[in-house]
Design a protein around this ligand. Structure first.
Ligand code: HEC
Ligand code: HEC
Length: 332
């Protein structure tokens, strides 16, 4: 209770500071459309994994003594659990979902909650924040600003079908797992050419490189390990433009009038404060989507009000720089 009170007190102070800031700078018009890189919905790049005949051989991943077939690995109602020792016992809703309408949370977010750039890292989130998000998905207050992003719509459908008890169990399960480093952030100007599969960028073997430009591209360290094996220990690299981390640091720490210092609410170390989620070391593509969705008003939950003044005046370049920096901050 006292945490909640402190949180709202802090928030109200920040909100009034923010509204003063808008009066003094005159708010600039919000951008009218969102860039494609955070959403992975570029129609020219979309192509599913090459499809061969069904493969019934047993697969392995480094470090696990278990073996699974492709069908077991890709089963949305009980995907392979390569490393049971990495996480507590999963509640049924996380491990197998509930047929016919709720896929296992572990299918997209992995049993350890690390998730992938096209979905979300869900471990280490405060339980009350997690529950609130499920309610926002359920009530239609959390949608994607890019209507082509189908897995966000799926996520909302699961939330609608879940019972309060299932939501609570999932929130407590993932909340009990600490968020640890998962994404290596690298400044560069050239990146591997990629295709997308359900919003995940995957390097095209032998296709060479292309200019990164004003984007962030997040790719699996081991593309087959991620796409074909769903190896939850196989992590990601985020390529960000040269100089973006330092520019982002200036915005995040409040050295610029365009936004509010994130640490006021997310904690000085950005690891979260009370019910406000940690953002340090989380996927920059995921976070950029959230900032755009909030700016566009498609993510519009009751707690989102606190973020409105934060995102209102951010340009595309600002969003990129902010998430480049925040994702590079060590979460532990
Ligand atoms: C088909 C893939 C898929 C499955 C299965 C799935 N999710 Fe998600 N989830 C997503 C996507 C995609 C997002 C991010 C949406 C976005 O960025 O627009 C998301 C986001 C979330 C978030 C928001 C995280 C945050 O930081 O705010 C929570 C919480 C969540 N999912 C919980 C669950 C739970 C609980 C289950 C199991 C019942 C589940 N998800 C199953 C795809 C999935
Ligand atoms: C006044 C308090 C406040 C400030 C300042 C603030 N945030 Fe937030 N932030 C929140 C709250 C509350 C939420 C949850 C919003 C919701 O439920 O929709 C949130 C959510 C987010 C999310 C989505 C997290 C997720 O898991 O989906 C991101 C990303 C984020 N903030 C980034 C930032 C950044 C970057 C800054 C600084 C530039 C910042 N925030 C400043 C209060 C704040």
């Amino acid at each position: 209770m006292s945490i909640t009170v402190a949180f709202w007190a802090v928030s109200l102070t920040a909100l009034s500071a923010a509204s003063m800031l808008c009066f003094s700078t005159g708010s600039t018009a919000a951008i009218s459309s969102v860039p494609v890189w955070p959403y992975g919905t570029d129609p020219d790049k979309t192509s599913p994994a090459p499809n061969g005949p069904p493969d019934t051989t047993l697969k392995r991943v480094p470090g696990s003594g278990l073996q699974f077939t492709e069908a077991q690995i890709q089963n949305p109602f009980g995907p392979a659990d390569w490393f049971p020792e990495d996480h507590p016992a999963m509640p049924a809703i996380v491990a197998v979902g509930r047929k016919p309408s709720i896929m296992a949370c572990a299918f997209c977010h992995y049993p350890n909650g690390k998730g992938k750039p096209e979905n979300a890292g869900v471990s280490g989130l405060p339980v009350s924040y997690f529950v609130e998000q499920m309610h926002e998905f359920r009530d239609g207050e959390r949608k994607s600003a890019d209507s082509r992003k189908q897995n966000t719509a799926l996520m909302a459908a699961f939330a609608k079908a879940m019972t309060d008890q299932e939501i609570q169990q999932a929130a407590e399960y993932f909340g009990s797992i600490m968020w640890t480093p998962w994404i290596k952030v690298v400044e560069t100007d050239m990146v591997p050419k990629t295709r997308t599969s359900a919003g995940l960028y995957i390097p095209i073997p032998g296709a060479g490189k292309e200019q990164l430009g004003e984007r962030i591209i997040e790719i699996p360290v081991d593309p087959d390990g991620t796409e074909e094996l769903r190896n939850p220990r196989s992590s990601f690299i985020a390529y960000v433009p040269f100089g973006s981390i330092e520019k982002g640091r200036a915005l995040v720490t409040g050295g610029n009038k365009r936004t509010i210092a994130c640490g006021v609410c997310h904690g000085d170390d950005l690891k979260g404060l009370g019910p406000v989620p940690g953002i340090a070391g989380r996927s920059p593509s995921y976070m950029a989507r959230q900032l755009y969705d909030m700016q566009q008003g498609t993510r519009n939950g009751s707690w989102t009000k606190l973020m409105k003044p934060v995102v209102r005046n951010l340009s595309e370049e600002d969003v990129l720089n902010v998430v480049a920096y925040v994702s590079s901050v060590q979460p532990q």
